[in-house]
Design a protein around this ligand. Sequence first.
Ligand code: 8X3
Length: 256
Amino acid sequence: MRNKIVFITGASSGIGEACAHKFASQGASLILNARNMSKLVELKNELTDKYNIQVHLLPFDVRDRNVVTNAIQSLPDEWKNIDILINNAGLVIGVDKEFEGNLDEWDIVIDTNIKGLLAVTRLVVPGMIKRGSGHIINIGSIAGEAAYPGGSVYCATKAAVRMLSDGLRIDLVDTPLRVTNVKPGMVETNFSVVRYRGDKETADNFYKGIRPLSGDDVAESVYFAAAAPPHVQIAEILVMPTNQATGTISFKKTVE
Ligand code: 8X3
């Protein structure tokens, strides 16, 4: 991965942060995006202390199209040639029924998970086509395979990520570019705390009796796809805990 530039959205926590560590450990140069600049600075310091790599920070909310456009278009020349785009920024707020939830919260989820991913892709891919190389890795979810209770809107956004990945792969079929959709099942990160609107106890309880994936486990799958030889396109990876079978079926040991 040395001499490769990897751009990760939503890099300040969870799977994004784990990907930053994994690709840094392999010598990649990183463009790290997130909303929270202080968390990004902390991560940059940690990564540059630990690994001999370059890190460029790009703080923005992927929902803010003008800011996203300016930030990506004004990347310094030495950072423009992005090799790998990891569209990771995403979230869910709440577990409400489709006829009961908060439309403003759903706007945030839809605008981040779908429109944010699309905006970043739209800005980065043309350069990859011009250079004749590139890899777009979208972080989808098992939630995009089938709807589950309390997940209606989130599942819809991740189904959209699946279609956007497939559609992009079709659009790029006559190029050397690759598109991968990594679809994790249960992963224990801050993601679940946001899902339960900051209720950490409920989030923690959700994983009682099962060993969930860590962000690092998912980062290994992302890296596996990225490290495949150029003629190999890992189209999808569905990765979940051993005791999970589908988005709704998992086995949890009873714990007192
Ligand atoms: C999050 C994974 O299992 O909560 O994308 O749908 S799950």
